[in-house]
Structures are given as C-alpha cells and as structure tokens.
Write a protein that binds this ligand. Structure first.
Ligand SMILES: C[S@@+](CC[C@H](N)C(=O)[O-])C[C@H]1O[C@@H](n2cnc3c(N)ncnc32)[C@H](O)[C@@H]1O
Length: 283
C-alpha cells in the first residue's frame, strides 16, 4: 500500500483538512479538483479554486460544460446498461465522486453491473474508498492508473479480477483525452484499449473543444492548465471523430454533450457547451 492510500478519510466530513501529503500536492492545481469545483463540489484546495476561477474568468461556459458533461455521462451509462446490455464498465479518468456516478447508474439497471474506476490522481483514490463503502461488494474497484499506459491498465490484476475482458466492456473516457498530449499518442492509446476488447464492446467519450471559441481566446484556458498537474489539448470535432475510427457511432453521432439523447428538449446550442460527446460500438 502506498502512502496516499493511508490517508485518513475523516476529513470527508468537512470538519478536518487532509493531512499534508506530497502526493496530494495541495499547492498545485489538479484537474480532478478543479473539475470538482466547477461542479460545485467541496473537495478542492485554494490553489485548485484559484486556477479554476482563472479559467472561469476566461470562459464562464466551462462550468456549464462541466455540468453538461456529467449529465451526458449519466445518460450514456444508462443507455449502455439499459439499451445495449452492457454490464462491465472501465471508467478511466473517473474524477472525484459526484452525484450519479457510473456504478450508481449502471447498478440501478442491474445490481450485478461491474465498474472499474481508474484515475492517476491520488485524491481520486482517496475519495474512491469512501465511494466503495456504499457500493456492492466485489462489483466496484477504484484503482490508480495512467491512461498513457493502456497496456498496464489492460493487464492490471485488479482490473482483470473484476472485469472479464473476454466479454463486452464499455470503455469510458469522459473529459480525459484532452489531458493527453499529441506526443503521448492519444489515438494509439484508444486503439490499444478498443483492440483488446471483443466485438460488442463500446467506446464512450467526451472531449473539450475550442471549435466554438474565437481563435485568439482559444489558447488562454490551456495556458492556465500549464501550471496544473496536466496539460490541456483541445481538439476539433474532426479530431475527436478520429477516436471512433472503425467503430459504429450510436445515434445521434458525435454531438455537443447536451444534444446526446437529451432527457428533455435541450436548451443549449453549439457554442454554449464546448464538449464533443459520442458513444460507439465495436463491430
Ligand atoms: C475533468 S475530470 C473528468 C471526470 C469524469 N470522467 C467526468 O467526466 O465527470 C478528468 C479526470 O481525468 C484524470 N486524468 C487526467 N489525466 C489522466 C491520466 N493520464 N490518466 C488517468 N487519469 C487522468 C484527472 O485526474 C481527472 O480526475
């Protein structure tokens, strides 16, 4: 067990602060905690809030986009579980637990559904342990892993103990690929994951874009993230579409998050939510 796994969860009550930890690095903005702040969560530090406020000052729509992304995740998981019959989920870049987590949505459809949560931020692991307390025993794992090493994810004994990779799996990459630099070969990473899974598996993803932003403004958000633990690489619709090469996109295709099978008539239009969203089946 590593140091960060020893961190007490008492502070989850909000009455105590987490003990200092080099790995939590509270003085450095973390994308998971900035995202938590956008969503209105309390699991963030002053450095996270300051960086998030800088981003929001540049683009107030980031908060709307984060909420729309989270709502898309929930609709996508429900569709995968209820309509496509998926019972295994590999949710990479889980983030700090929020309302309506993957296992809650999937297990509302089928209590036996299994979810492996993976994130490279130790704070997600800390929160994940609290999350596990309420989950079906043996049906959820929270693991520390880096998407940039997909082979390690696929061969992780804990992943393989929970999920049968010989049966269909939904790979979930929600709001994470924009933290993968081109130099780390994001397309190769996605291909490695999808190639390892059988026909009938799914790729569900969302991805930040600057398609709706004035080009002069487009570099300012990523500039804030340069001081954080991950860099931000926005991609165009065409670039995001490439992640689905060889796969069959479910209706309505690759659209902005609010337009993916909305529960109600969507109020947002292109330009309000800068997140491309899609779900595809491996033939
Ligand atoms: C914006 S949050 C998204 C959370 C959740 N997937 C959602 O859409 O609501 C992005 C998450 O990706 C994680 N992340 C960023 N780069 C990663 C990497 N290389 N490997 C694993 N996780 C990563 C961050 O720690 C963060 O928790």
């Amino acid at each position: 067990m590593t140091d960060h796994q020893e961190i007490s969860l008492d502070w989850m009550s909000g009455e105590q602060c987490p003990p200092p930890s080099a790995e939590l690095r509270p003085e450095i903005p973390h994308p998971a905690r900035m995202y938590d702040y956008y969503l209105g969560g309390k699991d963030n530090f002053p450095a996270d809030r300051a960086a998030a406020e800088q981003v929001l000052a540049l683009s107030p729509l980031v908060r709307i986009s984060a909420l729309a992304n989270r709502a898309f995740l929930q609709r996508a998981v429900r569709a995968l579980a209820a309509e496509q019959g998926i019972r295994q989920f590999l949710d990479i870049g889980t983030g700090i637990p929020s309302a309506g987590n993957t296992h809650e949505i999937a297990q509302a459809v089928d209590p036996t559904a299994k979810v492996a949560y993976l994130d490279n931020d130790p704070i997600v692991l800390v929160h994940g342990r609290a999350l596990l307390a309420g989950a079906q025993l043996g049906s959820v794992s929270v693991l520390q892993a880096d998407l940039r090493d997909p082979e390690a994810i696929l061969t992780d004994p804990a992943v393989r103990e929970l999920l049968d990779l010989g049966k269909p799996v939904a790979v979930m990459l929600f709001a994470i690929l924009h933290f993968i630099d081109d130099a780390d070969d994001p397309y190769g990473i996605v291909r490695t994951l999808v190639d390892a899974l059988p026909s009938g598996s799914y790729l569900a993803l969302s991805h930040g874009t600057a398609d709706f932003v004035d080009p002069a403004e487009a570099s300012k958000g990523p500039a804030v993230y340069r001081s954080a633990t991950a860099q931000l690489t926005m991609r165009s619709r065409e670039q995001v579409l490439r992640f689905f090469d060889g796969l069959e996109l479910l209706e309505p295709g690759l659209v902005t998050a609010p337009l993916w099978r909305p529960d109600q008539a969507p109020q947002d239009t292109d330009g309000q939510v800068a997140i491309w969203a899609g779900v595809a089946r491996k033939p």
